[in-house]
Design a protein around this ligand. Structure first.
Ligand code: CO
Length: 218
């Protein structure tokens, strides 16, 4: 059997199983989605959002990329974020990284990897920002783990720097932002950072929406 056929077979079995438990399952699933969470995770196959959180279809809106980055020029991420925040009105945005992340590891090295250099550059900037702390960690594995955590922290802060999040905070005091790291050696998620809606952010990154409106209507 072709390897991919296994997935299609498993899908049929899964659908059948769901129907046996609840004959209206797909009628209900196809009606609407009201997820409370947006998950921004790594593309790594070992960190599937719904599996590690025991979530069901409909519960988590998901975006994944290499090393769970929030890049302010990434139209893909920003489109997902805008839809999740403004239309689905999620209450929580979670950035979930993981120890042993290949993207973070690659960014710590000096190999020329072609196109992905440009993506990993974002992580090198995180390293550079926390240069002092990281260079004082002599054990390379511990330094790697710490960069995974700092990367998550910076990506959560990047969320708070977007006009999408700031506008939502001024309109409805949501969503809250969370940074997590999944440890695949234990299966447990560690909380790294929580940023409540309306938290103070650095002045230079603040947008003033009132002024914007005044300008629009004047
Ligand atoms: Co990864």
């Amino acid at each position: 059997m072709e390897e991919y056929s296994k997935l299609l077979l498993a899908n049929k079995a899964w659908a059948q199983e769901r129907l046996e438990l609840d004959e209206d399952y797909f009628n209900n699933l196809s009606k609407d989605q009201k997820p409370l969470f947006l998950w921004i995770g790594c593309a790594d196959s070992r960190v599937p959002a719904e599996v590690v959180t025991h979530a069901q279809p409909g519960e988590v809106f998901v975006h994944r990329n290499v090393a769970n980055l929030v890049v302010h020029t990434d139209i893909n991420l920003l489109s997902v974020l805008q839809y999740a925040v403004e239309v689905l009105k999620v209450k929580h945005v979670i950035v979930c990284g993981h120890y042993g992340c290949g993207g973070v590891k690659a960014a710590m090295g000096n190999s020329d990897l072609g196109l992905i250099n440009k993506w990993l550059r974002n992580i090198k900037e995180v390293y550079n920002k926390h240069n002092y702390e990281l260079n004082n960690v002599s054990d390379e594995n511990l330094r790697f783990d710490r960069l995974v955590e700092l990367n998550v922290e910076e990506q959560v802060k990047n969320l708070s720097k977007t006009s999408i999040i700031q506008k939502a905070w001024s309109n409805r005091d949501l969503p809250h932002l969370h940074g997590w790291v999944f440890d695949m050696k234990t299966g447990i998620i560690k909380e790294i950072i929580n940023i409540e809606a309306h938290s103070e952010i650095e002045a230079i990154f603040k947008y003033n929406f009132e002024n914007e409106e005044e300008n629009t209507y004047s």
